[in-house]
Design a protein around this ligand. Structure first.
Ligand SMILES: [Mg+2]
Length: 343
């Protein structure tokens, strides 16, 4: 196949946060193959991501023969490796990679799910919701969520462990013993704080502590994974196969949380699942119930858990519906995603 056209643009999403998630936020990417079939992907990087697509990615991809989406991905990654191993470049590559997978699947009248696996498609996948207090946790569970993640950024960089203990205790009391509870520190703590908080909440059976420190603090992650009584999760701000391989080889985390629209796309996510299997790491992708990731985890994960989607991400059709049984999975051509409105 050859990609004969690539277009990238930034859709408006009313209510998107007034920070980098908008200014450097989601881009839509459309590719057309030489058989006339078009595919749609979602990546990141805002105007900078569009610039990358319009310059270096077009430079290496347009009218170049590749046999598979993986070969296209390798072409883009090797062409940009001197300046693009993390951050904006993989975010832009993600959009192109997903668009190519979408067109590739549609070319064989198939869903991406069917390209990845022979197992019967599930009707629903279990999901978890990010919440801020025990009240919201209760509501999420009443609405059918299998698990909740307590976001605790508001407690500050060096929180009082007792305050977080009280929140986790109340949540566990209300949810009972069977629902999973996780805690997200949003990269704000240090090793000492994390260990103190972990000691104070370990009795409440917490599945993971997410991003306890910033994404580049590899030695802190290694130290925490060795000493912390609660599994350490990270990866929504990690990129490409090599980034996850380094986390795995250095035993830095117990749970990977890649974002398919940022980390390098489906091709990278497939590699991440392979690395995770080899190193006995759990994978629970970031925003797993959004359409591209939902297809991937339904196919690749034997024990999927889909994170709730962004409520303001309204520029595409194909956002799955939730019910008391979980998030609904539809088997449609490609990823089953369409653009809403005009460019
Ligand atoms: Mg997070």
């Amino acid at each position: 196949m050859k990609v004969t056209r690539i277009a990238a643009w930034q859709p408006e999403c009313k209510g998107s946060p007034n920070d980098w998630r908008t200014t450097l936020g989601q881009i839509l990417v459309e590719v057309e193959l030489d058989n006339g079939i078009c595919g749609l992907g979602v990546g990141g990087g805002g105007k900078a991501g569009i610039h990358l697509v319009d310059t270096v990615i077009k430079e290496c991809m347009l009218n170049v023969h590749v046999d598979t989406p993986a070969e296209a991905h390798e072409t883009m990654v090797s062409h940009t490796t001197f300046y693009g191993r993390k951050g904006l470049v993989p975010m832009a590559i993600s959009g192109v990679d997903l668009a190519i997978w979408d067109a590739w699947a549609k070319s064989s009248h198939s869903s991406v799910y069917e390209l990845l696996t022979d197992k019967p498609a599930p009707l629903h996948l279990p999901m978890y919701q990010t919440v801020f207090d025990d009240e919201e946790a209760m509501e999420a569970v009443s609405n059918g969520k299998q698990a909740v993640k307590l976001h605790v950024e508001r407690f500050g960089d060096r929180p009082d462990p007792q305050a977080i203990r009280e929140l986790v205790r109340m949540t566990r009391d209300r949810l009972g013993p069977d629902k999973s509870i996780m805690v997200d520190a949003f990269g704000k703590w240090n090793v000492n704080t994390t260990l103190k908080v972990a000691d104070s909440i370990v009795e409440f059976n917490v599945d993971w502590i997410e991003e306890p420190v910033g994404p580049d603090r590899l030695n802190d992650y290694i130290s925490l994974t060795e000493k912390c009584p609660i599994p350490i999760a990270a990866g929504e701000h990690e990129y490409l196969r090599e980034g996850f391989l380094e986390l795995a080889r250095s035993k830095a985390v117990s749970v990977f949380q890649p974002d398919i629209n940022w980390c390098g796309g489906l091709t990278t996510l497939i590699d991440i699942y392979q690395i995770a299997r080899e190193h006995e790491i759990r994978v629970v992708p970031h925003r797993g119930s959004e359409p591209y990731c939902l297809t991937a985890i339904a196919a690749l994960d034997d024990n999927p858990l889909a994170e709730s989607a962004r409520t303001w991400f309204t520029c595409i059709e194909g956002i799955a519906e939730y019910s008391s049984e979980g998030v609904k999975f539809n088997l449609l051509p490609g990823f089953g995603v369409r653009v809403i409105g005009n460019r």
